[in-house]
Design a protein around this ligand. Structure first.
Ligand code: NAI
Ligand code: HPV
Length: 527
């Protein structure tokens, strides 16, 4: 039974869902904050469910010897070292919509609180000061709201802000003009947003391109008296520069839910009266926490129990409907890769994958990943479908793919060609009606071979007597032949025998076969 660790606080729904799905679960909501303890125990688990407090660093991943999936009950995954997880073949998934409404509502709440200085007014009233003249606010109606990042959360914020009769402008390099039009927002460049916005709200992931997007230079370009809301990630704003801009009055106020260092304690920004702070509460509503807990537990369980992949950040999704159709083709792609990989003895330069007919109409990404995995596994061993494409890239292996409609006799097939420094070797295969892989071509030689766990691959000159000699030799070695498949290029040209055998061949036995008259290459293959 797979075992999952929940290392951050999650709704009890998650634990129940894991149990209902037959997954063993340890719910230790404070463990994620203790990196040494996490390092110590992570090796026991197949799955890890987290929020933002658990930092899944390269070091933690190095100790995660059984880990197959990390599920983030939420959106931001900047607390997970995704490249390290990918290299180790660990799927990283999030729940991209579960808390977006809630977070957008928090941003709007923060904007309103900032416009009317609610926290300070509340504190003053409770202190019996009744400072009616001190708290003069600003209206948001007719003001310009600048969105930095117009994805899921940004677009909900835009919608709510339009309800408040604000004019919304957005800077997001990936926002299409059509989408901007549907959202009713004006797409602008960053400098224009800075110059025009009365309020700026941030809704991008924390990545290199967005780190410190509001810094001394960009803050200087803002409209004097701008108010800034950050419910995305602390690292998006240079906190020192913001401190200075708040002090100088360039920025009239800031409402911050997130900080560079969290938990934020003794942050200098806390000293300033025109700053409102919440402790990373963006996603903290009953509704959002139910959503993300349920989704992450279902997604992790589905992956561990059936291989279904949803919302993975480092692997293409395979839906529950797609899984039964695509899985045999994924298996075929891996088998073809493995076939070519086992025959390859020198450095691989390129892998070419052609999909014709049925597989061309499916999601080819998992098949591509499986094919690369198949090719590289015989030489690298510690690799899987998740890590294989990245490892190929790191090694400078060029992966090219083509898809086309059915042209030949087969409803669908995959051809995989591996190019090494010495040669180019192609192998093609299709599926039997029962979904089992079948080899239909090797090195441009047509043949028909079922793929079985142990196979002998022999290339030879097409001359009389070869089949007899090979059969006799295998018999003498006490190797039972389950199936004998033959193919040749031209009469007297190159020929291939693909023999299904019961059991394995020793190096010595293989050597005897390789020495037979006319044999050019003999290789034992396992699948
Ligand atoms: N405070 C909290 O509790 C929560 C914070 N978040 C944060 O909010 C972020 C945004 O979430 P979603 O809207 O769901 O993500 P999303 O992926 O739907 O949207 C992000 C948008 O940022 C844009 N973007 C990427 N690079 C950019 C750049 N260089 N400049 C401007 N825009 C850029 C993207 O094109 C995309 O449209 C998350 O990454 C997470 O860090 C999310 C949930 C809760
Ligand atoms: O979903 C996100 O990106 C969040 O920042 C929410 O964080 P949390 O799950 O509340 O620690």
């Amino acid at each position: 039974m797979p075992k999952v660790l929940v290392s951050d606080k999650l709704s009890p729904t998650a634990v129940q869902i894991f149990k209902d799905n037959g997954v063993e679960v340890d719910y230790l909501p404070d463990l994620g904050k203790d990196k040494d303890k996490l390092f110590e125990v992570i090796g026991q688990y197949d799955g890890l469910a987290i929020r933002s407090a658990t930092k899944v660093t390269e070091k933690i991943i190095s100790a995660a010897t059984n880990l197959k999936v990390i599920g983030r009950a939420g959106i931001g995954v900047d607390n997970v070292d995704i490249p390290a997880a990918t290299k180790k073949g660990i799927i990283v998934m999030n729940t991209p919509f579960g808390n977006s409404i809630t977070t957008a509502e928090h941003a709007i709440s923060m904007m309103m609180a900032l416009a009317r200085q609610l926290p300070e007014a509340d504190a003053s009233t409770r202190a019996s000061k009744w400072e009616k003249n001190r708290f003069m606010g600003v209206e948001v109606t007719s003001k310009t709201l600048g969105l930095i990042g117009a994805g899921n959360i940004g677009s909900i914020v835009a919608d709510r802000a339009q309800g408040l009769r604000m004019k919304v402008i957005a800077f997001d390099p990936f926002l299409t003009p059509e989408r901007a039009q549907t959202m009713g927002v004006e797409k602008v460049e960053l400098d224009e947003l800075l110059a025009r916005a009365d309020f700026i709200t941030l809704h991008t992931p924390l990545i290199d391109a967005t780190r410190n997007i509001l810094n001394a230079e960009t803050l200087a370009k803002t409209k004097k008296g701008v108010r800034i809301i950050n419910c995305a990630r602390g690292g998006l704003i240079d906190e020192e520069a913001l401190y200075a801009a708040l002090k100088s009055g360039q920025v009239a106020g800031a409402a911050l839910d997130v900080f560079l260092v969290e938990p934020a304690e003794n942050n200098p920004l806390f000293e300033l009266p025109n700053v409102i702070c919440t402790p990373h509460l963006g996603a903290s509503t009953t509704e959002a926490q139910e959503n993300v807990a349920l989704q992450v537990a279902e997604q992790i369980s589905a992956y561990l129990m059936s291989g279904e992949i949803t919302n993975a950040l480092n692997f293409p999704s395979i839906s529950a409907e797609e899984a039964p159709i695509i899985t045999p083709w994924v298996k075929l792609a891996e088998t073809l890769g493995s076939f070519a990989g086992q025959l390859t003895e020198t450095a691989i330069k390129g892998i070419q994958i052609e999909f014709e007919g049925t597989p061309a109409g499916l999601n080819t990404k998992p098949m591509i990943a499986a094919a690369i995995n198949g090719v590289l596994k015989p030489s690298l061993g510690d690799i899987n479908m998740v890590s294989a494409p990245q490892i190929a890239k790191d090694r400078g292996i060029l992966v090219e793919t083509t898809t086309r409609d059915q042209q030949g006799a087969y409803e669908g097939y995959i051809r995989l060609t591996v190019t090494t420094e010495r040669q180019t070797r192609g192998v093609a295969g299709t599926l039997f009606v029962n979904g089992k892989p079948r080899i239909i071509q090797v090195k441009d030689i047509n043949m028909e071979a079922e793929v079985t766990p142990h196979m002998l691959y022999v290339t030879n000159e097409d001359k009389p007597g070869h089949i007899g000699r090979l059969g006799t030799t295998l018999g003498a070695l006490n190797i039972n032949i389950a199936n004998f498949n033959l193919g040749r290029a031209d009469v007297g040209g190159d020929a291939i025998a693909l023999v299904s055998i019961d059991g394995t061949l020793t190096e010595d036995q293989l050597g005897q076969i390789a020495k037979l008259e006319g044999v050019k290459q003999a290789k034992a293959l396992t699948f």
